[in-house]
Design a protein around this ligand. Structure first.
Ligand code: B12
Ligand code: SF4
Length: 479
């Protein structure tokens, strides 16, 4: 069969900024389809110059409907798979499904986090024939084999051995198209921006069970690890065959197993050191001197540290992030300082059960920590998370969810302790204060840059900082 995989255009709130990363999830599904003998094309509608105001504060960015229509007609697929990753992009999927359905005859399928969290939503409101839950690389080919007798909601299946999965079809990715999104925040090292980058996974799964997190929907709870040698072989291939210079670890919890992370970093340092960032953040509890040294040697640009809360009661009893102790956060930040590793830390406020005092503890801790970049945001109840289920049962969120309001600066939860308006305003006020601080710190950072790297690098850093500063002040506190 000829299968077309499509990522929808970005639908975002005017105040939110969305970066587009290479669609590695779809490239992985493509590899599974190819291994089963199908021909695959990929259309990333996040790319493109089309911009449109959709009303209710939503902007659309990427490929226009006419361009999508023309491409589908040109490719004449026998089946189409839509990537439905984020709850916030549900409206985009609904529009996309209606657009492509009349253009071909075979099955129209959706997969990804948001599709997995609420398949009925899509089946009831769109002409989508089936939703494939969980990982798609083996499930989609199996579905096509069974079609038209396949189930409309295809249950999850996790292969225990990650090495048995096909490697992503990187040849389907236009790496250069994503270079412009490869920027970093003010205060963090301005290195390796505008380079070819891609998301990689050395493991999948996380058993911690934080109440706000939905990664278990796709990856499952047991940790499944790749062989560090084979993982680094893939990095070498990305570097040598595709010119990739930077990777984003898309592991659900990269440092959950300390020995695995150490083995990966050491293998990288030895055979393929490359700038990297753990987009998703890493738990503080497993970092120590040895692991930080190995991470730095392998190319870690900065440490992403999700602190989540300044109250251990909230962390452990409400969020269920039991392994994390606040003492460890302070130790890790201190160690990073000693090793000149920049740190990016964040907290989220507004969980049910939290008090206003608990929220202040988190914001205070974030202000006190000697980190390079910090963000406070309001916790978001994503469907598929325990948090969403609790809010729905207790009436703490307005239903049906307005998907376009799901963003980090927007409170949606109202409890007996606080309102959604309160958390929105509190985070906005904290961010305003932070902006003044960033402005003050900029001069010092540029002076350091001049001393370390000379005039050329400083001019470049000033230019990038000006762009980032402009975006930052225009668009609120969302990365
Ligand atoms: C990288 C990442 C990003 C990147 C880029 C994502 C991208 N567009 O590729 C950035 C930083 C831009 C991003 C932004 C956001 N993200 Co994000 N992100 C991730 C992260 C860390 C990795 C995703 C990934 O690429 N995984 C690796 C690949 C191999 O897997 P995959 O893409 O999931 O694909 C597999 C399956 O999903 C499935 N599949 C996917 N598509 C399809 C299609 C078909 C047809 C089929 C059959 C199967 C299928 O098969 C694939 C192979 O197994 C995940 C968490 C995680 N660890 O997975 C969060 C995650 C997906 N993000 C999340 C969120 C909330 C967001 C934001 C809304 C945050 C915010 N408030 O701004 C924004 C939304 C952006 C937008 N477009 O509007 C949530 C989603 C929750 C939800 N239900 O909405 C997650 C799960 C994190 C979490 N802890 O809860 N994100
Ligand atoms: S530790 Fe991270 S990946 Fe694991 S459940 Fe919590 S937020 Fe999700």
């Amino acid at each position: 069969m000829r299968v077309l995989l499509v990522r929808p255009p970005v639908y975002r709130h005017v105040t939110a900024q969305v970066r587009s990363y290479a669609p590695v999830g779809l490239a992985t599904v493509a590899a599974g389809l190819r291994a089963a003998g199908h021909e695959v094309a990929l259309l990333d509608a996040e790319l493109g110059e089309h911009e449109e105001k959709l009303g209710r504060g939503v902007l659309r960015r990427g490929t226009s409907d006419d361009e999508i229509r023309a491409r589908v007609v040109e490719l004449a697929p026998d089946a189409v798979g839509l990537s439905c990753m984020f709850a916030v992009s549900m409206p985009a999927i609904v529009d996309l499904a209606k657009l492509v359905r009349p253009l071909f005859d075979g099955p129209l399928v959706a997969g990804g986090y948001a599709a997995t969290s609420d398949p009925e939503y899509l089946l009831e409101r769109t002409p989508i024939d089936a939703v494939i839950l969980g990982e798609g690389e083996l499930a989609f080919p199996r579905f096509l084999k069974e079609w038209p007798d396949a189930e409309r909601i295809v249950p999850q299946h996790w292969e225990p051995d990650l090495e048995s999965y096909p490697r992503p079809a990187y040849d389907l990715i236009d790496f250069d198209a994503y270079r412009k999104f490869e920027t970093v925040f003010v205060g963090l090292p301005q290195e390796d921006v505008n380079v070819r980058s891609v998301g990689v996974q050395s493991s999948r799964g996380c058993p911690v069970g934080c109440n706000f997190c939905s990664v278990q929907l796709i990856s499952g709870t047991p940790l499944r690890r790749r062989d560090p040698k084979s993982f680094v072989d893939e990095l070498v291939r990305l570097r040598d065959d595709f010119g990739v210079r930077k990777v984003h670890f898309f592991d659900d919890n990269l440092t959950l197993n300390r020995d695995h992370a150490l083995a990966v970093f050491r293998e990288m340092a030895e055979r393929c050191p490359m700038t990297w960032v753990a987009t998703q953040g890493t738990g503080a509890w497993n970092w120590d001197d040895e692991l930080l040294d190995a991470a730095k040697a392998s190319g870690m640009l900065y440490l992403s540290l999700p602190i989540e809360s300044g109250s251990e009661y909230v962390l452990h009893k409400i969020m269920h992030k039991r392994p994390l102790k606040l003492r460890q956060v302070k130790d890790v930040v201190r160690m990073c300082r000693e090793k000149s590793i920049p740190v990016f830390a964040w907290v989220i406020i507004g969980s049910p059960g939290e008090t206003k005092e608990d929220m202040e503890k988190g914001l205070y801790l974030l202000n006190q920590l000697d980190v390079d970049y910090r963000i406070a945001s309001v916790v978001t109840p994503y469907p598929g998370s325990e948090l969403f289920d609790e809010c729905r049962e207790k009436g703490y969120v307005d239903l049906p969810l307005e998907f376009e309001r799901l963003r980090m600066a927007q409170g949606m939860i109202t409890t007996p302790e606080f309102s959604a308006g309160y958390t929105t305003a509190r985070v906005a006020a904290w961010t305003m204060r932070g902006r003044l601080k960033v402005g003050q710190g900029l001069g010092t950072a540029l002076a350091k840059c001049y001393r370390a790297h000379g005039a050329g690098a400083t001019v470049r850093a000033s230019y990038l900082a000006a762009i980032e500063w402009y975006r930052y002040s225009r668009q609120g506190n969302e990365p």
